[in-house]
Write a protein that binds this ligand. Structure first.
Ligand code: SAM
Ligand code: SF4
Length: 326
């Protein structure tokens, strides 16, 4: 079991499979982003070895992310190998959905159970503006393929002031009136070179809820306000779907945080909004045995931070979001 000094049981690992992406969302990375040389990234066998070590430490839930995880070569094979690792219970993925049209079926067959698909607007022009070149119809093809493959689906949207904070927000929330999906709105967080843009454009949960309620009617809390993972859930009157808010900026959920992150270059990132990381790649490549690797991991987890420092202007600068994975 991996426990931190605040008594939190950390058992959920989010693994960034690559820092590369087939989009350049304005709130995530600069347009001229440079990516790491592939040799600096965890190789397939290294990912699988680390998954086995984390699973032995009690981690049972794993989420694959990026950059864009579906652009990683061998992603289907990696999922299959992870699913066959003792202790691995649930494998999920966060994706922009562009490649799901052809990958959803093989990924589901390999052992993937859930996908969170990012879609920030239903409007083709504004989708292009937010992603710099994406086509929203390709995301829809991915959503349909994921449904056909039997994957459990959640939709994620980051809301950015003056981009998608009005009709796009309402149109996305309206989807829950017709579909049994969870549509989740994520408060934009500040990182690295993109921080000024992000801080200027963040829209807080209270404002998001008020805008939705004005246009679509009251939002009723689901689960007595208990968090579903990191999301607080609500429902519109008569809706089969639910609306979630992931509000790391205005309503941090540190007390219930059970996650750690593995970056594509093999660093254990202990909190999304803190720079603290532990290098796992170097000892792995230097031949550390399983016991030594697990001691490095559990020691790192012990020092997992509590709370972000945004109110004191402490912004994580060492990576942008695409290098951590969300
Ligand atoms: N490429 C995949 C995708 O877009 O779903 C996975 C990686 S992406 C970094 C993971 C999630 O982080 C996405 O839902 C994305 O919208 C969100 N995200 C990106 N930049 C963000 C930011 N600055 N603040 C909050 N969420 C962000
Ligand atoms: Fe790529 Fe996802 Fe970042 Fe958009 S949010 S640039 S799709 S990693």
């Amino acid at each position: 079991m991996a426990i931190d000094r605040f008594g939190r049981n950390i058992n959920y690992l989010r693994i960034s499979l690559t820092d590369r992406c087939n989009l350049r969302c304005v709130y995530c990375m600069p347009e001229d982003m440079t990516f790491r040389p592939r040799a600096e990234l965890l190789q397939d066998d290294e990912v699988i070895r680390l998954v086995g070590l984390f699973a032995e430490l009690g981690f049972h839930k794993f989420r694959l992310t990026g950059g864009e995880p579906t652009v990683r070569a061998n992603v289907v094979d990696l999922v299959r190998r992870m699913a066959a690792t003792p202790g691995v219970d649930k494998i999920a993925m966060t994706t922009n959905g562009l490649l799901l049209d052809r990958l959803a079926g093989p990924l589901a067959e390999a052992g993937l159970r859930r996908v969170n698909i990012s879609i920030d607007t239903l409007d083709p022009d504004r989708f292009k503006k937010l992603t710099r070149w994406g086509k929203v119809e390709e995301v829809w093809a991915g959503i349909r393929a994921a449904e056909a493959a039997g994957l459990e689906i959640k939709l994620n949207a980051v809301i950015v002031r003056n981009y998608n904070d009005r009709e796009d927000l309402v149109d996305l929330a309206r989807l829950t009136l017709h579909q049994p999906w969870q549509v989740r709105f994520i408060e934009m967080m500040p990182f690295g070179d993109v921080a000024d843009f992000q801080l200027a454009g963040v829209v807080g949960e209270d404002e998001l809820r008020a805008t939705i309620a004005t246009h679509l009617g009251p939002l009723r809390p689901v689960n007595n306000g208990q968090l579903d993972g990191e999301a607080s859930l609500y429902q519109l009157e008569g809706a089969p779907g639910t609306i979630g808010f992931i509000s790391s900026v205005t309503h941090p959920f540190c007390a219930s945080c059970n996650r750690a992150r593995l970056t594509a270059d093999g660093r254990l990132r202990l909190c999304l909004l803190r720079e603290k990381e532990v290098d796992l790649l170097t000892p792995l490549r230097d031949g550390a045995n399983d016991e030594a690797m697990q001691a490095i991991i559990t020691d790192g987890i012990w020092w997992k931070p509590w709370g972000h420092g945004l109110a004191e202007d402490v912004i994580p600068l060492n990576r942008v979001m695409s290098e951590i994975g969300g």
